[in-house]
Design a protein around this ligand. Structure first.
Ligand code: G3I
Length: 380
């Protein structure tokens, strides 16, 4: 928590410097620079972050870059640090985008997230082909070694393991589980701690409002605490809808992890406004709903979001942030999964080619009613 406060003080100082500079720089949009920002509004409550895509990192999307710098004090790479991009072939690393990502965070005094060291999705092909278990383990160790060492003291928090549990609370039968055995999560957390003892180490997953899955993660946290394995926090992905989970369910997540002795971060917040008739919840990327592609019933707002739905979204965000502020002593960070609706992954999941509106900025990079409602949440 001390670290959070220090970083926020530094960010505020940085914001003041930027504002002073902007006063004499007529090219900077005044509406973006001088309006109240999310990061100033939630200062000393929790970090407020956004996942950023490659275009933003590489400076090809200046409008998103400006929003991120003006509004957020934490960043997560939406894809750029994932295994398939960073180590596509054995021991061939491509750090170009990742280095620029980290530099962007350092330049702007942000709390920088590394996402993700161990995840069964977006893995390099050679890992699927590695049949020898010792070889598999040494690839994993090498990957973690190279990344954590390279960004030691720069990346503030690592999503060490992502999505290792099934809905019923069993360990996912992933490629890591199959090759490294049931202690692999502990093993990689220990390795990450050895390489950068100062970094925050996070376990990240979706659907943690469901008790069976949450309890499994809590058991893991307790086991880590009992045997001295460092775990700093749990990342609750927060890919939610207008009606689920309930505020009570979200509150229970916060209480339960707090009691288990770890901080909570809401790491991938977005609210889908589109129909979800299969009661599909969460973020399991392997589900296939291609038969619904092009079905207008599943894509009801292709041109714009009707006012009443925009208002529902705004009120939903308002309620969620009111809860976050109420429990800000237990919450380390809230990160939106994206910057504008234009590039949200939810336009293509679970059905490709839909038009979704899950974030605080619209397709023209303008702030939405939801943004204004979030800023109306009282912080004292
Ligand atoms: O790399 C190709 C690129 O070469 C090609 O031109 C482009 C054309 O579509 O596709 C690119 O790959 C896409 C990749 O994102 C990078 O943009 C994949 O098709 C697409 O499936 C992939 O989606 C990402 C998804 O993870 C994959 O699982 C989303 O952007 C990203 O938001 C999403 O993030 C995950 C978190 O990491 C973990 N939690 C769930 C969350 C949502 O699934």
């Amino acid at each position: 928590m001390k670290k959070k406060t220090n970083r926020i003080i530094f960010s505020s100082y940085f914001l003041i410097v930027i504002c002073l500079f902007s006063c004499v720089n007529t090219n900077v949009s005044s509406s973006q620079t001088f309006t109240k920002s999310l990061k100033s509004h939630f200062e000393n409550k929790f970090f407020i972050g956004a996942a950023i895509n490659e275009s933003t990192i590489l400076g090809k999307d200046d409008k998103s870059y400006q929003i991120v710098n003006n509004q957020f004090n934490s960043i997560t790479p939406e894809n750029s640090l994932k295994w398939m991009y960073i180590q596509p072939k054995p021991n061939q690393f491509d750090f170009n985008t990742a280095d620029q990502y980290v530099q962007m965070g350092l330049d702007n005094g942000m709390y920088i997230i590394g996402h993700a060291l161990v995840w069964h999705a977006q893995l390099a092909e050679f890992m699927q082909e590695t049949k020898n278990k010792n070889e598999f383990r040494s690839h994993v160790e090498n990957h973690i070694n190279r990344l954590v060492k390279r960004y030691k003291g720069k990346i503030d928090a690592w999503d060490v393991v992502n999505e290792a549990f099934e809905e019923d609370g069993k360990l996912r039968n992933s490629i890591f589980y199959k090759n490294m055995g049931e202690n692999y999560i502990e093993e990689v957390f220990k390795l990450a701690e050895k390489l950068d003892p100062e970094a925050d180490l996070i376990y990240n997953d979706y659907n943690l409002y469901k008790p069976k899955k949450r309890n499994a993660v809590i058991e893991m946290v307790k086991q880590f605490k009992a045997n001295g394995t460092k775990i700093s926090g749990v990342g609750v992905q927060a890919h939610w809808g207008l009606n689920y989970p309930t505020i009570d369910e979200i509150e229970q997540i916060i209480y339960d992890f707090h009691i288990a002795g770890v901080s909570v971060s809401f790491t991938e917040l977005d609210i889908s406004v589109l129909p979800n008739p299969w009661e599909l919840v969460g973020a399991e990327v392997n589900q296939n709903f291609s038969k619904f592609e092009g079905d207008p019933k599943m894509n009801p707002y292709p041109d714009n979001l009707p006012n009443e739905v925009a208002l529902k979204l705004a009120n939903r965000y308002y309620d969620i942030f009111r809860l976050f502020v109420k429990h800000s002593d237990k919450i380390e960070r809230v990160t939106f999964w994206g910057v504008t609706d234009k590039y949200s992954w939810l336009n293509d999941w679970p059905i490709k080619g839909r038009i979704n509106y899950p974030l605080l900025y619209d397709r023209s990079y303008k702030s939405k009613e939801a943004y204004r409602k979030v800023l109306q949440v009282k912080t004292n």
